[in-house]
Write a protein that binds this ligand. Structure first.
Ligand SMILES: Cc1cc2nc3c(=O)[nH]c(=O)nc-3n(C[C@H](O)[C@H](O)[C@H](O)COP(=O)(O)OP(=O)(O)OC[C@H]3O[C@@H](n4cnc5c(N)ncnc54)[C@H](O)[C@@H]3O)c2cc1C
Length: 439
């Protein structure tokens, strides 16, 4: 049976970074490293990230931007991989980082493929990556627990075997190898059309780990009244909104651009509200409460509307309010208001329109699910992993990093920051474990 020093499950953000870290470190340079990837290419989510621009980090403090059972679990990792170290890691890969006006970090080329290719280049000489291979079982090789046996099969065969009837004569052709250390970097289950998959959780569970419930987050929301708002599909509005549950609990507000769609609402600001929606235990979902003009108080908005009435007494409501909102959103808002009562062109009418614009309530049906989620919340329990090394506390020489863990960050680069940083720590620690020296 083939034997390697380090075996890595997954050639995504974390798996590639772990591989590079090992072979480019002093302790790891002589180690044999093997990576198996289910997909036909590496880093599918790196390529899709940041609309193809790879928003891989954020300047400033990282504390407070992560959730999970223990939000502070990430802090020792970010102490080891602080902002300067992070920039240096990428500089050593030949990738310069730049920051936009909001503090988001990108490769200077503003291209995701720069990051994916740089990671592959830096590992190419010393790491063997096999594509289209699914790891389906990892077990300690013996009672001394000094190595692991990894079982794998062609991902295509794995797919077919799920579809095939039980009596199908086709055999699953699988193989095995042995490794001193294993890094599971298999990511989350969101967006299976890219690379999301659940098998990594099963592998970790097979080695004694537990997982928390998985939720799709950073995902568009379906709204009950989407049919009535169909005309506004495709319209974008800069607004603020929060989720209000039926039991009266409100989420923190999310501000930015909301995209109204034929099923509900999308855009980063809307997707940030998904976590409150999925974690609402109520069977009956609550409402999104929009402030469509957050930059104006209700009073200054109604004063503005009243001034327009005085300036243009012959205008219709649509003509009077044309500069405030995209036209189709305005038309539906007015139609809904008029359905309740005729609105007079008076101070009272101005106040009720201002109030409607600043308190638009739309009922939530749910999220669009894992297929459309940018992230999986929940994962392997962090209290079973040492955040100084990313080594399992349950199974020595097993390391876990990236999205598979119960860590989910805000939008703005925090998730790739976590995947790359935790993988860097896991890579260093796995190399040290192989050589039995401390990091
Ligand atoms: C559309 C989209 C846009 C995003 N944009 C951003 C962004 O701009 N900024 C940001 O910070 N984050 C972003 N994210 C999130 C970020 O991409 C992920 O959090 C990050 O890629 C997680 O890294 P990972 O290595 O843990 O998992 P992944 O990158 O998902 O890699 C896991 C790899 O493991 C492989 N794998 C799984 N199971 C097995 C198995 N059993 N055998 C073999 N291989 C296996 C998978 O095929 C996959 O290639 C985005 C996500 C999506 C979907």
């Amino acid at each position: 049976m083939e034997e390697v020093d380090v075996f890595i499950v997954g050639a995504g953000a974390a798996g590639l970074m772990a591989a590079c870290t090992i072979v480019n470190s002093t302790v790891g340079s002589g180690l044999s490293v093997r990576v198996f990837e289910r997909q036909e290419k590496a880093g599918s989510k790196i390529l899709a990230s940041g609309n193809g621009r790879c928003n891989l980090g954020h300047s400033g403090s990282l504390a407070g931007h992560y959730r999970g059972a223990d939000p502070d679990f990430v802090l020792p990792v970010f102490k080891l991989v602080d902002e300067d170290t992070y920039a240096k890691i990428f500089r050593n890969l030949g990738v310069l980082l730049v920051e936009d006006e909001a503090g988001r970090l990108y490769p200077r080329t503003m291209r995701s493929d720069t990051v994916q290719t740089a990671l592959l280049n830096a590992s190419a000489a010393k790491v063997k990556v096999d594509y289209g291979i699914e790891v389906f079982d990892i077990k300690p090789a013996n009672s001394q627990n000094d190595s692991f046996v990894i079982r794998f099969r062609s991902a295509e065969i794995a797919k077919k075997s799920k579809r095939a009837p039980k009596d199908n004569s086709e055999q699953i052709k699988d193989g095995q190898l042995r490794a001193k250390t294993v890094i599971i970097a298999s990511g989350g289950k969101s967006q299976p059309q890219l690379s999301g998959h659940e098998s990594g959780y099963t592998l970790a569970e097979g080695l004694g780990h537990s997982r928390t419930e998985l939720y799709p987050v950073l995902v568009p929301l379906e709204l009950e009244d989407a049919g009535r708002w169909k005309r506004s599909s495709g319209q974008r509005v800069r607004a603020e909104a929060y989720y209000l549950s039926r039991s009266g609990i409100s989420s923190p507000p999310s501000a930015g651009e909301f995209l109204f769609t034929d099923y509900g609402v999308s855009g980063i600001a809307a997707m940030e509200l998904a976590e409150a929606v999925v974690k609402d235990p109520s069977m009956l979902k609550g409402d999104l409460i929009f402030d469509l003009l957050p930059e104006m108080s209700e009073e200054s908005l109604s004063d503005f509307i009243l001034s327009q009435i005085k300036l243009h007494p012959d205008y219709s409501w649509e003509e009077l309010l044309i500069g405030l909102l995209p036209q189709d959103i305005l038309i539906i808002l007015l139609r809904n208001l008029k359905a309740e009562a005729e609105i007079e062109k008076t101070k009272k009418g101005s106040i009720s329109i201002a109030r409607a614009m600043k308190n638009l309530s739309r009922p939530v049906r749910g999220t669009r699910g894992f297929k459309f989620a940018q992230l999986t919340a929940g994962g392997i329990s962090t209290d079973e992993v040492n955040p100084e090394t990313m080594e399992s506390k349950i199974c020595p020489r097993l390391f876990l990093c990236g999205e598979i863990l119960d860590v989910n960050g805000d939008t703005g680069g925090y998730n790739l920051r976590w995947a790359f940083s935790s993988a860097y720590v896991a890579g260093k620690s796995a190399a040290a474990a192989c050589n039995q020296v401390s990091v």
